[in-house]
Design a protein. Structure first.
Lengths: 315, 417
């Protein structure tokens, strides 16, 4: 029966359908936004990293949290892992030296992969903000205009859109929109914030200024109209892009941030600067000693005695 | 591994150019899963890379060595550009390359990743030797400059591969819910160090997005606001919210308490002054009333004596005084006035007044200072402690103070007189 109906409908409105296909077909494949994110960390994360991971996982109903990944060198294994969980995105927290956190965002089957250095981590718990939102509600993603300027930023934006944007109709997602995720670029870094959208009554002065003569309908509409205010929820963190690889956890590097200085370098520079100060002081001391010795101010040794030296004459 | 590498390195550059042409020819025919020449060659390349590092670590940065290495780096860059061309060529080509990359990645990319930092350092050392002044300046600016890779074509290609359609004409907003701000946020931030300003800029960006999103979603008929009776699990648990609330309350109370304490401190500081002022005020009041009384008395004595009888005059005088007192010092004045008016019999005559003045007035004075039952029963002044001490500290001191000075001193005093 269905087949008959299909054939009938096909014959009757072939033209219409074609147009429809032209419209939807192109988007139809894409429009079904199916994203799943594998969220996991390496071993050696600190409690802060772990809490941040938990916060993010709580915000992403399309996320799949997995146990800690055991290797830091064989990251390509993550591809298989993601495939196992039917995930097409991976968010991987790589901790180094028990203090530095690198975050990898990757589209799994065939790239790209972005590696970030995460700084200024503040989890939801430690930030005592008053905001709150439904667990798993779809966020509005607010991107800085700077994201449209550079290709690498475009790639990053797209990745964020896939990872942090909750797909429409996602299971476990709530039907209301009550938070915004802000992505801003400043100082070559990407700053990520999360705000609650709170609807507040519009300032009454505005409403009263308008004359009472105006129609009832409009008034009603205005009563309904509320303004939006934002209250921060957390977490907060800052990402510095380091590299972008073409493949998923592999492939050629197609972008490298030359402004990024690795935390190890920073630390060693600091140490060197400190050591430098010490060295300079030591040198000065040595010089001073040598000078004094030259002037004969140090006991024991000094200028050579000649015949007319005071010490010889009045000996 | 190292031995292999050395062998490969000697032949690598020549091999590579050949290999790429071959690969291009093959790429159309070959399927991604088959092991291929290109793969092997890529392996060789990687080994070559590693080899370079080894060489560098062994021989430091001699000028000649540096030169050689640099040429090799150029080779590597060439290979990159090759890949760009491949990207541009066709999609099929692209896919095959990708899969290839994946395979290669599964074998040895991890090593590459690990080594990438070292690689960079080496390159920097080379740059020092034989690059132009511009790069040297850059080097001065930051201790370490990474190799700049910004392969825009490849980036755009990979973007095209994954991009979701967010065109507002073809796709409803609810599909992606992403908004790009109208102006770059960084322009609103003067310095990134200034937290308040920075956060405000971020907030503004998100607020703009939220407003836009709301209008767009409403237009599309998507429920936006959460109804008040919709309860569901929230992102932050009730416990944490409770904690936050407690923290807020604590802060508020602490602020209040500190304000209170400051007020108290200030009061204490000025308390003494206030007291003195009050005393002065009281003294002034008293002086004024006394002055007024005197003034009235004088007036009476001057003008009133001839016109009125002495008794009447005195009477009036008292009333006038009462009035005056009542005006100036209400409580005291009222008290006196009432007593007078309450008494039925009038004021005593002048003779009686004089006598009262002279001898005192009223009541029996005899035995007024002798003890009676209540006074003898009053032992509030008695202290067993002082009794036990024998004489008592205070008393003893007094006695000692009052004690007679020694003879010499007495004489001296007498002499002084």
């Amino acid at each position: 029966m269905a087949a008959v109906y299909k054939s009938l409908s096909k014959s009757t409105s072939k033209n219409d359908k074609e147009i429809d296909d032209g419209k939807n077909g192109a988007a139809g494949g894409v429009r079904k936004n199916k994203q799943r994110v594998l969220i996991l960390s390496s071993r050696g994360v600190t409690y802060r990293h772990r809490h941040l991971l938990n916060d993010l996982a709580a915000m992403l109903p399309h996320g799949r949290k997995d146990v800690k990944f055991d290797s830091k060198s064989k990251l390509y294994q993550l591809n298989e892992l993601a495939e196992l969980y039917n995930c097409n995105n991976v968010m991987f927290f790589e901790a180094r030296k028990g203090k530095d956190l690198y975050m990898w965002f990757s589209k799994v089957p065939n790239g790209p992969t972005v590696k970030f250095h995460a700084q200024n981590l503040h989890t939801m718990e430690e930030l005592h903000f008053t905001g709150n939102c439904l667990k798993g509600s779809r966020p509005v993603l607010s991107f800085d205009a700077t994201f449209e300027t550079e290709p690498y930023l475009k790639v990053i934006k797209e990745l964020f859109l896939h990872v942090f944007g909750v797909p429409e109709g996602q299971r476990k997602s709530k039907p209301f929109i009550d938070h915004v995720m802000g992505f801003s670029v400043a100082d070559g870094k990407i700053w990520i914030r999360n705000y609650e959208i709170r609807e507040v009554d519009k300032v009454k002065g505005e409403g009263e200024e308008e004359e009472g003569d105006k129609s009832n309908k409009k008034r009603k509409h205005e009563e309904k109209e509320t303004d939006v205010s934002l209250v921060e929820i957390g977490p907060r963190f800052v990402l510095t892009p380091i590299i972008i690889q073409e493949g998923a956890f592999g492939g050629p590097i197609i972008y490298e941030n030359k402004r990024f200085i690795s935390p190890n370098q920073v630390r060693s520079d600091l140490r060197k600067a400190k050591a430098g100060r010490h060295n300079v002081r030591q040198e000065q001391q040595r010089d001073a000693l040598a000078r004094r010795r030259g002037l004969g101010l140090v006991d024991g040794e000094g200028k050579e005695r000649d015949v007319l030296d005071t010490r010889e004459v009045f000996a | 591994m190292a031995k292999k590498g050395v062998k490969a390195a000697t032949a690598a550059p020549a091999k590579k150019t050949v290999a790429y042409t071959k690969a291009k020819k093959d790429s159309d025919k070959r399927k991604s899963n088959e092991p291929s020449v290109e793969e092997i060659i890529e392996d060789a390349e990687e080994e070559e890379l590693e080899d370079e590092e080894e060489e560098d670590s062994e021989s430091g940065s001699d000028d000649e060595e540096g030169g050689v290495d640099f040429s090799k780096i150029n080779d590597i860059n060439d290979s990159d550009s090759d890949s760009e061309i491949e990207d541009d060529d066709e999609n099929e080509n692209d896919v095959s390359k990708l899969s290839n990359g994946k395979e290669a990645g599964s074998e040895s990319d991890s090593e590459e990743d690990d080594d990438s930092e070292e690689e960079d350092i080496d390159m920097d050392e080379l740059d020092l030797d034989d690059l132009d002044e511009e790069s040297k300046e850059e080097l001065k600016a930051s201790t370490r400059v990474r190799q700049t890779i910004n392969n825009k074509d490849a980036l755009l290609a990979s973007l095209r591969r994954i991009a979701l359609d967010t065109n507002p004409k073809t796709v409803p907003f609810k599909f992606h819910q992403s908004i790009v701000s109208s102006k770059p946020t960084e322009s609103a931030i003067e310095s990134v160090e200034d937290e308040l300003q920075r956060e405000l800029a971020f907030l503004d960006q998100s607020l703009e997005a939220a407003r836009q999103a709301r209008t767009l979603l409403r237009k599309e008929g998507v429920s936006f606001t959460r109804p008040t009776d919709y309860f569901a699990e929230t992102l932050r648990s009730d416990e944490t919210m409770e904690k936050v609330k407690a923290k807020l309350i604590e802060e508020a109370t602490a602020k209040k308490a500190s304000a209170e304490a400051r007020k108290q401190r200030d009061l204490k500081k000025f308390g003494k002054q206030v007291q003195i002022q009050k005393q002065q005020e009281r003294a002034k009041e008293k002086r004024e009333t006394l002055e007024k009384i005197n003034l009235l008395k004088r007036k009476r004595s001057e003008g009133g004596a001839s016109a009125l009888g002495a008794r009447e005059a005195d009477d009036l005088f008292d009333v006038a005084v009462d009035n005056e007192l009542g005006n100036s010092h209400k409580s005291a004045g009222n008290k006196g006035g009432k007593k007078r008016s309450a008494g039925d019999h009038g004021p005593p005559n002048a003779k009686r007044q004089k006598k009262d003045q002279k001898y005192g007035f009223g009541g029996k004075k005899k035995f007024s200072k002798s003890n009676d039952a209540t006074s003898s029963g009053d032992v509030s002044e008695f202290s067993s402690k002082r009794m036990k001490k024998g004489g008592g500290a205070g008393n003893g001191k007094k006695f000692q103070k009052a004690a007679r000075p020694g003879k010499d001193r007495r004489k001296a005093q007498a002499g002084r007189r």
